[in-house]
Design a protein around this ligand. Structure first.
Ligand code: ADP
Ligand code: TYD
Length: 197
């Protein structure tokens, strides 16, 4: 089973990914947890390039995310799924569709095309989209520790959030979740949806 968590920065997806991993491990299930960008040695180097550099052209940004994803799929996701483990990732394909396709204006279908080659058809079985208003997300993360992409500001994040919403309508695997509730309530909904209760 391959599960991804998506949403704007501060939506609570890392917390929910961690809670799901803990629940699965508690019941004796093998889980491989990862995050994007990163999750492999190459991916972590790409992460530094992406989040630290000053000026990254939009297609360079999209291509670097896709490169890190290609490595993650081949090194981590496919081997884990082949041995029957669960894979839980904090961000995957849909982040590129929403941030680069929507936020950067490259177009969702163009970015999807680029990523199709990178992921070779390996898509999550289920994707949970954590939805919270941009102002709440920004106040949760605090202005002090924003990375290069997060620092784009509220208007950019509104565009990204709108694109995520459209993706949830377009793809059946994506389930929109009201992320304004307590962490526990959200975790129960997700576990229920995965038939883990
Ligand atoms: P993301 O991975 O989407 O950026 P995190 O899971 O790291 O989000 O959460 C961002 C911040 O919001 C953290 O300080 C976390 O403790 C807090 N948080 C997460 N989920 C909730 C929630 N349901 N309600 C209130 N605060 C939350
Ligand atoms: P990260 O620290 O993972 O995000 P979070 O704050 O949610 O924990 O930072 C990743 C940043 O990269 C985040 O701002 C979203 C962005 N991103 C993209 O623009 N495209 C992508 O494909 C991915 C995976 C992330």
């Amino acid at each position: 089973m391959f599960v991804s968590f998506e949403g704007i920065d501060g939506s609570g997806k890392s917390s929910q990914a961690a809670m799901l991993v803990e629940r699965l491990r508690g019941s004796g299930t093998e889980v491989v947890a990862s995050r994007e960008p990163g999750g492999t040695a190459l991916g972590e180097r790409v992460r530094e390039l992406l989040l630290g550099a000053n000026d990254v052209a939009p297609w360079a940004e999209a291509s670097l995310f896709a490169a890190a994803r290609a490595q993650l799929v081949s090194e981590v996701v496919v081997p884990a799924l082949e041995r029957g483990a669960w894979v839980v990732v904090d961000r995957f394909l849909d982040s590129s569709l929403a941030y680069q396709g929507g936020g950067r204006g490259l177009g969702v279908d163009a970015v999807l095309e680029l990523n199709r080659a990178a992921i070779g058809g390996v898509l999550p079985d289920r994707t949970f989209l954590l939805q919270v208003p941009v102002e709440s997300a920004l106040s949760r993360i605090g202005a002090g520790r924003l990375d290069r992409i997060e620092a784009e500001g509220a208007e950019f994040l509104e565009t990204v959030a709108g694109e995520f919403e459209r993706l949830a309508v377009r793809f059946d695997r994506i389930q929109a979740i009201d992320g304004t509730r307590s962490e526990g309530e959200i975790a129960e909904e997700i576990a229920g949806s995965l038939c883990l209760l």
